[in-house]
Every structure is written in structure tokens, then in C-alpha cells.
Write a protein that binds this ligand. Structure first.
Ligand code: COA
Ligand code: AMP
Length: 632
């Protein structure tokens, strides 16, 4: 409808309610809202107050009613199991209705939480939509997280039921989930009433009578359930994300604003139409998976690709090109790290030549910084627009992008272009004063946030305000630093907190430090994120041992690595740990993490004037060299 970015952007800020009321026309409502933007309880803004809808109806039923029943809703492509399957919208409706009925049969009611700890299989999508169908609140936990991370989520979300599978499948083989789930429930103070386990042929699991149910048997007893009309402001899901501590933040998403924002984004950012094939090569455990494997494409009537595989090794660096050509993918969305992995194995891009990928119109990248090298490589290879866009779990959809459905703006390598309509993005200093073009600062978004963004944290209004709204009054603090150029293009310089991005996975170095500090021989530790050519960033650790510990350092560091793998998960990738006699600190006792980062990255640094003991920095430099940093 808009043909100029500038016009759309201006209207979205000058007439917010008009802009979003119009956008809401893409959604089927049971009852129209009373108020587009309810600002009666600032800073808690709520969109479409009084409106009623069902997100699952919008993602499934209405497409069948409109004649899309025979169109593929999901293409499940799993090189790790050798499976390819199309699920039509009609089949999806049947499956989802039955899973919804199963949940109802287990006593799950509106507002009850359901944790979904499952891999990239269609049943996971059925489970998410089934929760939405009956007004239950799902919380998907990424399959790569181990027991400790799962336990804190169970403890916080207090699920009535947990849905899981016997395993996930990584290229190196199956990862059994049931032992991780059982351990997590043991660790958690909250116990679910039932666990329903979907059995995959690759791994068996013993079910505990009375507690565990077999997915297929439970489904056989279920009768299909219909859609429950819920308030636009009712919660749809909770997705936990890393903050600065070991306690993840429960990002809450509502029904109405979420559906409106995603439908708008499919058309205006990604430029796809109902019936197009859209592929987000991510995982349902991350926000990208929630928004752009499941809800966005399905609400928009697209065909979504559910890919259980990797960019390389399943079986080769041509995996993405095969999927694109076989399923006629129009838009691919993935993380830059996936392209770096492909580039590393196939620098000349020879595998592309084996496939006809003329169907691919746009490549969208997000989740971490898109380095200019990777941008140019992808762009030269594919000869289509390569669009960097910037967002985060909290917002649920892009904050800055080149809105391909409105107007393609010139691309500047290294920038995710301009703020997306709805987001009033400003670069500010410590006193929340706006800084001029070219000056680096913290990236804030002036309140209110647009629809689809988190209205609060799960049962933690206070945490929402203190984490995001307090430091810079009037703004939502994104946690990222950066600058704007004179043309209004945004440049993201990285997190200003302890959050790191490892292969597009958001992790907390603070959370890792909490695990490392629990090792019996560790007196003190610091985990920092350093640059990595493939994964963007990886964590490395420095530990000070307790006095009198005389075991071999190698043994201790190996135990620490195992602890992190067992409690957080292998995806944390904390592999390199050095033992030091002290950590560099300020006189007030603050660990000088940013100076340590510069040393480990081989960058210039100045010794802070507040340092307690300058020799500690030399020790860090020496210790970093022993574990291979800076990388050559
Ligand atoms: N379940 C269980 N374990 C998992 C997992 C999952 N879903 N995902 C990753 N892991 C494990 C891996 O098996 C690996 O374990 P290991 O140390 O025992 O070998 C570890 O976590 C690290 O995995 P990964 O980050 O995948 O590293 P890799 O070196 O195996 O692969 C890439 C590198 C770049 C190919 C891979 O990280 C990748 O595909 N990245 C894209 C990420 C992405 O799409 N992010 C979504 C944001 S949009
Ligand atoms: P997540 O919540 O896991 O999606 O991670 C969000 C964080 O990833 C952001 O706060 C950024 O630090 C980083 N990020 C996401 N997209 C980009 C991008 N396009 N450029 C730079 N950093 C990004």
C-alpha cells in the first residue's frame, strides 16, 4: 500500500493508531478492539485492547476456509533422517486440532503453560499451534539447552504439561532428550503434572507410568478441539532469552499485536505473498523460529520450510541450495554464521552451480552482525538483494531493515538500513540525550514499542521495567550500541552488556560465569566473548583457583568445560579456559572485562587509570596466548 519508505515511516509515528488499525485488517478478529493503543497504564502499553481473536485460527483454519486447504503449509525437509514431507493446510488443521484435544484432555486450560522441548519436526509446530488454539501459553525450549537451562525455565513458567521427544538429531548422531528432561524436572522446584513424549525411531526412552505418556497413544484417545477466542492482550507464548545473569528473561508475547505485526512484516519487509515458499533456516527454539518458521508465514498463508539439518555437513555445503531449488523457495532467512560456514567449505561457491535457484528473490540475514566480507560473498554469489536486518527476542520482529515490500533503499554494507515503521529508534548517551549522526551511543527505542514487541516479562512487570525502561527514561534500551549515519542508516556495534552471540545463538557470559564459579576449585572467574571467524563470537574463560589446589590445571579446566556443557549445553562452546593467579580489576573491585576482551582479540588497549594492579593485564595476555588468543 505504501510505495515510499519515508511516507510509511512518518505515518507509523505520527498516526500510530491509524497505521496499526489499518495493518490489523490482515487479521481475522472475533471482535474488533476498543482501543488500538491503550496507554492508560504507562509504561505498560497494550495494543488492540478489547479485541478478540485466535492466533491458530489465523494461521491455519482461515486458510482452509478460504480454499488453501490443499496448499502445503509445511515442507518438512530433514537430511539428518532422510525425510521429506509436505503437510497441507487441511492436514495441519487436523493434526493441530487433535494435539489441542489431547492437551485439553490432560486438563490444560486457557492461560496454563506448556513447555515444548522438541526438535525441528512437524509435531513441534503442531504443539505450538495447539497451545494457541486453546489459549494455553507455550514456552519452547531450544533442544540444544541442557538440564540446567531447562530447569530454570520449568521453574519460572510452571508448566502443567511438558511436551518432548525422545531425541534431537545432530550430524554427529542423536541427542537423547529424555534424560535431560528428567534431570531438569528433578532440579526444578516445580513439577509438571504430565510429560507427553513423542517417540522417534532413533532413540528409545523409558516412560514412567503415571507421569509420562506416549504421544501417539495420547493422541489416539483425543478428540479434536476447536479454537478458543482470546483477548488480543492475552499471552500467546513465553520465550526465555539470555540476559546478564544465569536467570533468563521470560519474554512474553501477546496474541493480537503479534499477529498484526508479523502479518505486516511478511508483506512489507520480506515482500512475500500468500502461497509463496518462505524458509527461515533457524530453529523453532529461537525467536526467529517462532516468528518466521511458524507464525509469520502461516498467518500470511505461505508455505514454510521446516529444515532439520545444517548449512554444511548434511551432507555438504550445497545443502541450502538443494532445499531452495527443490522446494522453490522465494525468500531465505538465516544467520550470517550459516553463510560463513558455507563460505569456509566452498569458498568459490561451486555447489550453487549444481542447482537451479532462480526462484530465490531475497536473502535476509539477522541474529548477529553481518560482516561486509560475508555480505559481499553472498551478494556476489547469489546476485539477489542480500538484506541485513536487526532485531531481538524481545521485539519479535525487525527493528531495522530494508523493507523490500515497500521500497528497496540502497544497501550499505555493514548496516541493517533504517528503522522499520513503528520503531522510533534513537542513538543516546548515558544521560539519555540524543547524539548526532556518526556518534556512537546506546540504541534506544522511544516508547511505545510497536505491536508484537514484548509488553512485559512473564509475571515480572518489575523486571521488565528495571531491565529495559529504567536506565534511559522514555526509552526501551535494546542492549546494543551503535550509531546512525547522516542518511539515517543504523550501524550496530554490538552488545553493551554481557550478552554474546555464538553462531547466532544468544548466550550470557554472566550465566556461564555462574556455572564456572560453582566448580569446587574455582575462587573467581571471568568469561568474555571474543571474536571468531566462523561463529562471530565464542566465549573464553579465565579462572583463579582456590589456595591450596594443586591438581593439574588441565584436569580442572576439562571439568569446567564439562560442567558448562552439562548445565547450559554444548552450544555454549566454552572450550578454552586459562588458569591465572588474579583477574585484572579496578580499585573498586570491578573486573576489567572489556580490556580483557581487547587483549584476547589482539586489539590496541590502554591500561585503565583505575586499575588496581597493572601487572594483572600482562598475566591475562600471557594466559590468553597459552589457549590460542589472539587467533592468528
Ligand atoms: N541440539 C543439541 N545439540 C546442539 C543443537 C541442538 N539443537 N544445536 C547445536 N548443538 C550442539 C552441537 O552438536 C555442538 O556440539 P559439540 O560441541 O558436541 O560438537 C555444539 O552444540 C555447537 O554447535 P554449533 O553451534 O551448531 O556448531 P558447529 O560447529 O557444529 O556448526 C554452524 C557451526 C555454523 C554450521 C552452526 O552453528 C549453524 O548452523 N549455525 C546457524 C545457527 C542458526 O541458524 N541460528 C539461528 C539464529 S537465526
Ligand atoms: P536474539 O535475541 O537471540 O535474537 O539476539 C539479539 C541480539 O543479536 C541483538 O541484540 C544484537 O546484539 C544481535 N543482532 C541481531 N541481529 C543483528 C544484526 N542484523 N546486526 C548486528 N547484531 C544483530
Amino acid at each position: 500500500m505504501y510505495t515510499s519508505y519515508q511516507e510509511a515511516y512518518r505515518r507509523s509515528l505520527e498516526d500510530r493508531e491509524g497505521f496499526w488499525a489499518e495493518a490489523a485488517g490482515r487479521i481475522t478478529w472475533d471482535k474488533t478492539w476498543d482501543k488500538v493503543l491503550d496507554d492508560s497504564r504507562k509504561p505498560f502499553f497494550r495494543w488492540f485492547r478489547g479485541g478478540r481473536l485466535n492466533t491458530c485460527h489465523n494461521a491455519v483454519d482461515r486458510h482452509v476456509e478460504a480454499g488453501r486447504g490443499e496448499q502445503a503449509a509445511i515442507i518438512y525437509d530433514s537430511p539428518v533422517t532422510g525425510t521429506k514431507r509436505k503437510i497441507t493446510y487441511r492436514e495441519l488443521l487436523e493434526k493441530v486440532s487433535l494435539v489441542a484435544g489431547m492437551l485439553k484432555g490432560l486438563g490444560v486450560e486457557k492461560g496454563d503453560r506448556v513447555i515444548i522441548y522438541m526438535p525441528m519436526i512437524p509435531e513441534t509446530v503442531y504443539a505450538m499451534l495447539a497451545c494457541a488454539r486453546i489459549g494455553a501459553v507455550h514456552s519452547v525450549v531450544f533442544g540444544g539447552f541442557a538440564s540446567g537451562e531447562l530447569a530454570v525455565r520449568i521453574e519460572d513458567a510452571k508448566p502443567k504439561v511438558i511436551l518432548s521427544s525422545t531425541c534431537g538429531i545432530e550430524p554427529k548422531g542423536p541427542i537423547p532428550y529424555k534424560p535431560l528432561l528428567d534431570k531438569a524436572i528433578e532440579l526444578s522446584g516445580h513439577k509438571p503434572e504430565k510429560c507427553v513424549i513423542h517417540k522417534r525411531p532413533q532413540v528409545e526412552a523409558d516412560l514412567v507410568p503415571g507421569k509420562d505418556l506416549d504421544w501417539d497413544e495420547a493422541l489416539a484417545k483425543a478428540s479434536p478441539a476447536g479454537c478458543l477466542s482470546v483477548e488480543a492482550t492475552d499471552p500467546l507464548y513465553i520465550l526465555y532469552t539470555s540476559g546478564t545473569t544465569g536467570r533468563p528473561k521470560g519474554v512474553m508475547r501477546d496474541n493480537g499485536g503479534h499477529a498484526v505485526a508479523l502479518a505486516w512484516s511478511m508483506e512489507n519487509i520480506y515482500n512475500v505473498k500468500p502461497g509463496d515458499v518462505y524458509w527461515a533456516a533457524s530453529d523453532v527454539g529461537w525467536v526467529v523460529g517462532h516468528s518466521y518458521i511458524v507464525y509469520g508465514p502461516l498467518i500470511h498463508g505461505c508455505t514454510t520450510v521446516l529444515y532439520e539439518g545444517k548449512p554444511v555437513g548434511t551432507p555438504d555445503p550445497g545443502a541450502f541450495w538443494r532445499v531452495i531449488s527443490e522446494h522453490r523457495v522465494k525468500v531465505l532467512f538465516t544467520a550470517p554464521t550459516a553463510f560463513r560456514a558455507i563460505k569456509k567449505e566452498d569458498p568459490s561457491g561451486s555447489y550453487v552451480k549444481k542447482y537451479d535457484i532462480s526462484c530465490l528473490k531475497h536473502l535476509f540475514l539477522a541474529g548477529e552482525r553481518l560482516d561486509p566480507d560475508t555480505y559481499h560473498w553472498a551478494s556476489d554469489l547469489l546476485k539477489i538483494p542480500v538484506i541485513d536486518h536487526w532485531w531481538q527476542t524481545e521485539t519479535g520482529w525487525a527493528i531495522a531493515a530494508n523493507c523490500m515490500g515497500i521500497e528497496q533503499l540502497p544497501v550499505k554494507a555493514g548496516s541493517p538500513t533504517k528503522p522499520v515503521p513503528g520503531y522510533d529508534v534513537r542513538i543516546i548517551d548515558e544521560a539519555a540525550r540524543e547524539v548526532g549522526p556518526g556518534t556512537e551511543g546506546v540504541i534506544g527505542i522511544r516508547l511505545p514499542l510497536p505491536p508484537g514487541c514484548l509488553p512485559t516479562l512473564w509475571e515480572n512487570d518489575e523486571g521488565y521495567v528495571s531491565s529495559y525502561l529504567t536506565e534511559y527514561p522514555g526509552y526501551y534500551a535494546t542492549g546494543d550500541g551503535g550509531y546512525m549515519d547522516p542518511d539515517g542508516y543504523i550501524y550496530i556495534m554490538g552488545r553493551v552488556d554481557d550478552v554474546i552471540n555464538v553462531a547466532g545463538h544468544r548466550l550470557s557470559t554472566g550465566g556461564m560465569e555462574e556455572v564456572v564459579a560453582r566448580h569446587k576449585d574455582v575462587a573467581e572467574c571471568a568469561v568474555i566473548g571474543v571474536e571468531d571467524g566462523l561463529k562471530g563470537q565464542v566465549p573464553i574463560g579465565f579462572v583463579v583457583l582456590k589456595a591450596g589446589v594443586d591438581r593439574p590445571h588441565e584436569e580442572i579446566t576439562r571439568e569446567i568445560v564439562d560442567m558448562v556443557r552439562n548445565e547450559i549445553g554444548a552450544l555454549a562452546c566454552l572450550k578454552d579456559i586459562a588458569v591465572v593467579t588474579r583477574l585484572p580489576k579496578t580499585r573498586s573491585g570491578k573486573i576489567l572485562r572489556s580490556t580483557m576482551r581487547k587483549i584476547a582479540d589482539g586489539k590496541e588497549y590502554t591500561t585503565p587509570s583505575t586499575i588496581e594492579d597493572p601487572a594483572a593485564l600482562q598475566e591475562i595476555a600471557g594466559a590468553a596466548r597459552t589457549i590460542g588468543y589472539p587467533k592468528q
